[in-house]
Every structure is written in structure tokens, then in C-alpha cells.
Design a protein around this ligand. Structure first.
Ligand code: NIG
Ligand code: FE
Length: 447
């Protein structure tokens, strides 16, 4: 059974097969077809083109189940098992684009940190809150007290939330365990999300997110725990795809980062690291030296970082939601693109520095605060962020053979409208592997 989306006002984000990322001027392109159709088979994009060549014609093929793509969020999904007939979705002039890929999140966490939010409003900085024993350690305490089952339940609510907002792939980090058993608990929850949700999920081990409470003042010992106990345990269960270290002022040094990344390489884990959020930390360089898939945050970088990244295969990834929430400087996104580098944007969804996984907002901040063009921000949130989580061979663009993780919108005046009108409910359907995602959130909040 095929699904055909017809009467698409514009198919945007078309990329030829084999292109895994865009850099510099290439990021200005968002190739499109007006008045088009897409055919989906076995959850994959099987073909697309302009409506005059649509296999379903301008009206539904005989025997097809037709549904419209009205902007109402509860419209019905393609009927399962409809006796082998094609399902035709009428986009009615709405646009189709690849679902967002969110390559940096911490969305498995327990409860929330709304108490610290008050401290933040009162003027305390992220580092001051952390020094008082709040921040990441606060989340670690909460997670320790929360059962694996409850952690899964809370996290799945967030998974459902982001799918409803158009995310089709997500990277999720551990790092609120900070004890071997609790890190494993987090990673098992991520594995269960991988197995039970339709999203494409990648897991990252972030034991070196902060020094665990029991090890405060004994940082070197904690690094040895990460290397000699946590990493082997994580690898033994095959729980992680990548490794991360928070290489920054007050967290882990370049030397400690190098030690952890060296050890992780023995287990075949490629780095995706936190770098240069709080100071020019040397994190970019140590990441590139260890063949990092991405270096993330980059609120504070200069020419040296740009030169280190050039030709490296490492995707610079910026997290404007974090700058927004913490009042930090925004990364020099425009400078990176003008220097010919690629760039990805991600949400950093976490309870402390970015309590939102809304990639529409991320894209909008990319434009309004970082002065990216809508096309650059779009590529940064789709193909390039897919690269930053190692899935751009199967996601992140409209390409034959890629997964049909797609957003169908209401008719739009322009690509710029997606970032200009990010609070307008422009998404009418989200398809994950060709199936409509119907939001099942009923308890509203995961807390
Ligand atoms: O990416 N910077 C380090 N880690 C997270 C914040 C984690 C937290 O505050 O809970 C981040 O911003
Ligand atoms: Fe982060």
C-alpha cells in the first residue's frame, strides 16, 4: 500500500541523494517544486514531482481512501489495513517539508527545575546556581529518586510533545545520573524510547556532565569512574551511539575531556561534545582532534575555532534556545556560514537551560537573533542537524529513499513565514515513516 500526498503547494527541502550536509553558500538553497505530489512506500519517500505527473491524478484514484489535510489537529489518519488500496492525502495547497531533526537534547529527565527559574529571574547566573548545588546536580537528585518506569513515562510525554511540533528525529543524552546505575537507568529509558516510539532516536552517554555529588572536590576520581566503570558498563549493554563531555569552565577541562574521549574511542563511541558555552574552553579543538561528529553550544568562539573546524567533518551546532533562556550571547552563526562552514541548530531541550523542544522556535531564534536567512535556518534544522546526529543518509531532506518523516503545513505565503510566524499553528499533519502522528498527550504535563 502506498500513500500519496497530492496538491502540495510547495515541496521544500529537496536534496539530491548522497549530499549529507550543506556548508557556506550551499545553505542558501532550499530547492523546491511548486504544485507537487509525494509517493510514500514502506515508510520511505518513493518518489515526488509536479502534480501533472501525479499517479493519483487531480482526484483520488478509484478505490483510494481520501483524506484532506485540514488544519484541524485531530483529522483522521490513513486507515490501517485498508485492503491494500492507496491512501491519498490532499494537502490542499499546504507545503511539505522534512520533519525537524533535533541533534542535541537532554529530554530524559525527572520533574523540572521551576524553583531555580525563580533564582534565575532574580539574577543568579547558571554557574552560580550550579555552585550552590542546584542545576545539573538538582536534576540528578530527582532522577535518582525516580523509578525507571516513571522516568520513561515522563520522557514519553515529551517525545509526544516534540513529534506534535514537527520533530522526526532526536538525539537524547544521559548525564543526570552521575552514578553508574543512574546513568544506565537513563540510557535504558532512551533505549526503550527508541524501541517504542516511531521517532528515530540516537543515544549519547554524558557521564561527564557534572561531577556527581559524592565526588565533589574529587574531580579526577570522578573522571576515572567515568572512564573505568561507566564507559565499560554502557558499552557492555550497547546503550550509547555517541559520547559527550561538558568541556567548560567549572565543569571538565580539555585534558579530562581528551582522556574520556580517548577511552570512549576504544568502545567505538564518536564524540558530540558541549563546548564553549561559558568560556572559550578549547572544547572545539579537542572535539575536532577526536573526530567529533559535532561540537555544540559555541556561544563563545573566535577565529581559532573557525579555523579548527574548517574541513574537519565536525558539525558546529548552536543552541539558541539556551542563549535565550540563560541570557547568554548567541553564537556567531552568520560568521560561521560566511566563513564557508556548515552549521546545525538544535533545541538543547533540558530542564535547566532550555526547557523547550520546539524546533520552530529554534529556527525563529536562528533568524531573528542570529541573523541567519530562513533558508539557512531551515537547512540548519533539517539536513545539517541530521548530519550532527549521524542520520543524514536517511533523514533531513526530501530525497528518494529517505524516511518519510514529513511536515504538512497549511498553505504558506513563503519559507520566511515559518520563522516569522512561528507561533502560528502552521503544521497540519506530521508523518513519521509515512504514518500520521496523532498526538496522544492526555495528561498534559509530564510532572
Ligand atoms: O546543554 N550545558 C550543559 N548542559 C545543559 C544544561 C543542563 C542543565 O542545566 O540541566 C546544556 O545547556
Ligand atoms: Fe546540552
Amino acid at each position: 500500500m502506498a500513500t500519496i500526498i497530492k496538491n502540495i503547494g510547495k515541496i521544500v527541502g529537496i536534496v539530491p541523494e548522497g549530499i549529507l550536509m550543506k556548508a557556506g553558500r550551499e545553505m542558501d538553497e532550499a530547492a523546491s517544486i511548486d504544485n507537487g505530489y509525494i509517493v510514500i512506500e514502506d515508510g520511505l519517500i518513493a518518489g515526488f514531482g509536479s502534480m501533472e505527473n501525479c499517479p493519483a491524478g487531480s482526484s483520488a484514484a478509484p478505490g483510494s481512501a481520501v483524506e484532506d489535510s485540514s488544519p484541524v489537529a485531530v483529522c483522521s489518519a490513513p486507515a490501517e489495513g485498508d485492503m491494500g488500496h492507496d491512501v491519498v492525502i490532499d494537502a490542499r495547497g499546504g507545503w511539505v517539508m522534512p520533519a525537524f531533526c533535533d541533534s542535541h537534547t537532554h529530554m530524559v529527565y525527572a520533574g523540572c527545575r521551576d524553583g531555580e527559574y525563580r533564582d534565575k529571574i532574580a539574577g543568579l547566573s547558571y554557574e552560580e546556581i550550579a555552585r550552590r548545588g542546584g542545576g545539573i546536580l538538582n536534576s540528578a537528585d530527582l532522577l535518582h529518586e525516580t523509578s525507571e518506569e516513571e522516568l520513561y513515562r515522563q520522557s514519553m510525554e515529551r517525545v509526544h510533545e516534540i513529534m506534535g511540533m514537527g520533530t522526526g528525529a532526536v538525539e537524547i543524552k544521559s548525564g543526570y545520573g552521575l552514578r553508574t546505575e543512574d546513568e544506565l537507568k537513563m540510557l535504558r529509558v532512551i533505549r526503550r524510547i527508541k524501541e517504542t516510539s516511531p521517532l528515530t532516536v540516537r543515544a549519547t552517554f554524558l557521564g561527564a556532565h557534572a561531577v556527581g555529588r559524592e565526588y565533589v572536590g574529587r574531580q579526577e576520581e570522578y573522571v576515572r569512574l567515568v572512564c573505568d566503570e561507566m564507559l565499560p558498563a554502557v558499552a557492555a549493554e550497547g546503550l550509547a551511539d555517541y559520547v559527550d563531555v561538558f568541556c567548560d569552565k567549572g565543569f571538565f577541562t580539555v585534558e579530562q575531556t581528551a582522556m574520556i574521549l580517548g577511552k570512549a574511542a576504544e568502545y567505538g563511541l564518536r564524540p558530540k561534545i558541549h563546548a564553549n558555552e561559558l568560556e572559550v574552553s578549547g572544547g572545539v579543538q579537542v572535539g575536532v582532534e577526536h573526530r567529533a561528529l559535532s561540537v555544540d553550544h559555541l556561544e563563545r568562539t573566535g577565529e581559532k575555532e573557525i579555523e579548527a573546524l574548517r574541513g574537519s567533518g565536525t558539525m558546529p551546532t548552536m543552541l539558541p534556545g539556551c542563549s535565550f533562556f540563560l541570557g547568554l550571547p548567541y553564537g556567531n552563526a552568520k560568521g560561521y556560514v560566511e566563513a564557508g562552514l556548515p552549521l546545525a541548530l538544535a533545541s538543547d531541550y533540558n530542564p535547566g537551560s532550555s526547557p523547550s523542544g520546539d524546533m520552530r522556535f529554534v529556527m525563529s531564534l536562528g533568524c531573528i537573533r542570529m541573523r541567519l536567512t530562513p533558508e539557512q535556518a531551515f537547512n540548519a534544522c533539517t539536513l545539517n542537524s541530521a548530519y550532527a546526529m549521524g542520520v543524514s543518509d536517511v533523514l533531513g531532506s526530501i530525497t528518494e529513499g529517505k524516511k518519510a518523516n514529513l511536515i504538512i503545513t497549511r498553505p504558506l505565503p513563503s519559507l520566511a513565514f515559518i520563522t516569522y510566524g512561528h507561533h502560528t499553528p502552521f503544521i497540519s499533519k506530521v508523518l513519521i515513516e509515512g504514518k500520521e502522528w496523532k498526538n496522544k498527550i492526555d495528561s498534559c504535563l509530564p510532572y
